[in-house]
Write a protein that binds this ligand. Structure first.
Ligand code: HH2
Length: 284
């Protein structure tokens, strides 16, 4: 069966090949790479490396959403991300995504060249839907309960898969009801957002339930705490093997888009895993 496409401002994104979204955090405090990109030039160098390693899209963020993080004011986010997006637009042809919950930041980022809005709060800002609709940007709707500062207290579920699918179905309906084209939307179970390790594992193992909503699935397990917990607590930058494992498992359960820091190893792993997956599909 053909994979659903993803309509962004720069055209339809075909998800026949696993898509890699390389992470560019322009933040002093991100959990794994905070403070690494202190200037637009450093961000450009990292971006060009990620593209060379096989990133299909770059996700630029000016606010950490790690557990306990405090919100970053609009103007500060804009000051962080807009110069980087402008520079990237001039130097690379890959589509750019803005990781923000703030409609004013999203608007400024789109004007600076972003073609996708990655909103981990799934349209909590009442002005966000209009920004996405009017600009024709692609949209990532992620599952989150509460706010990053407080979300750990909402990591309680009777049936995490059923509840996350039901809650994402509601936000998908709300987005479409607000006039956003369904083709522009991808869904994300929000790995690590108001989820304990057992919840992350159940979601990654049952993404088929989410693909039933008819939109491509994005996952963001990269370097997250559950990998540390399962692998003897290495620091985030040493969670590459666990990230690869989570992405490959997610691919076999239906994910098509992968948001990662370590593009080269994940690209190689997913290209091989996808060849195996499609060979299996042809012979069964
Ligand atoms: N995870 C993070 C940030 N944005 N967006 C989507 N769609 N899905 C995710 O799982 C996701 C996301 C958190 O990771 P990171 O950017 O590495 O850390 P921080 O929030 O500390 O900057």
């Amino acid at each position: 069966m053909a994979e659903p496409g993803w309509q962004t401002r720069t055209g339809v994104w075909r998800t026949e090949r696993p898509c890699l979204l390389g992470i560019l955090n322009i933040t002093p405090d991100s959990f794994s790479d905070g403070g690494e990109l202190g200037s637009a030039d450093a961000a450009l160098r990292r971006a060009l490396r990620l593209v060379e390693e096989g990133a299909d899209m770059l996700d630029v963020g000016g606010e950490s959403t790690r557990p306990g993080a405090r919100p970053v004011p609009t103007t500060e986010q804009i000051d962080r991300v807009v110069p980087v997006l402008e520079l990237l637009s001039r130097h690379t042809a890959v589509p750019l995504s803005i990781d923000t919950r703030d409609a004013v930041v999203a608007r400024a980022a789109i004007d600076a060249g972003a073609s996708v809005v990655n909103d981990v709060s799934a349209l909590r800002d009442p002005a966000m839907a209009a920004v996405v609709r009017e600009s024709g940007a692609g949209l990532v709707l992620m599952h989150l309960r509460g706010e990053p500062a407080t979300m750990h207290q909402y990591a309680r579920y009777d049936d995490v898969v059923r509840e996350v699918v039901a809650e994402l179905e509601v936000v998908l309906g709300r987005a479409v009801g607000a006039g956003i084209a369904e083709d522009a939307i991808v869904l994300d179970p929000g790995i690590g957002f108001a989820k304990a390790t057992e919840h992350n594992l159940a979601l990654l193992a049952n993404l088929e339930a989410l693909t039933a909503l008819g939109r491509p699935i994005l996952v963001g397990p990269s370097r997250k705490a559950f990998i540390g917990q399962l692998a003897g607590n290495p620091p985030p930058a040493e969670r590459v093997g666990g990230t690869v494992a989570a992405c490959v498992a997610a691919l076999f359960h239906g994910a098509r888009i992968f948001r990662v820091h370590d593009v080269a190893p994940v690209r190689q792993a997913l290209d091989v895993a996808e060849a195996i997956r499609t060979a299996e599909a042809r012979t069964s």
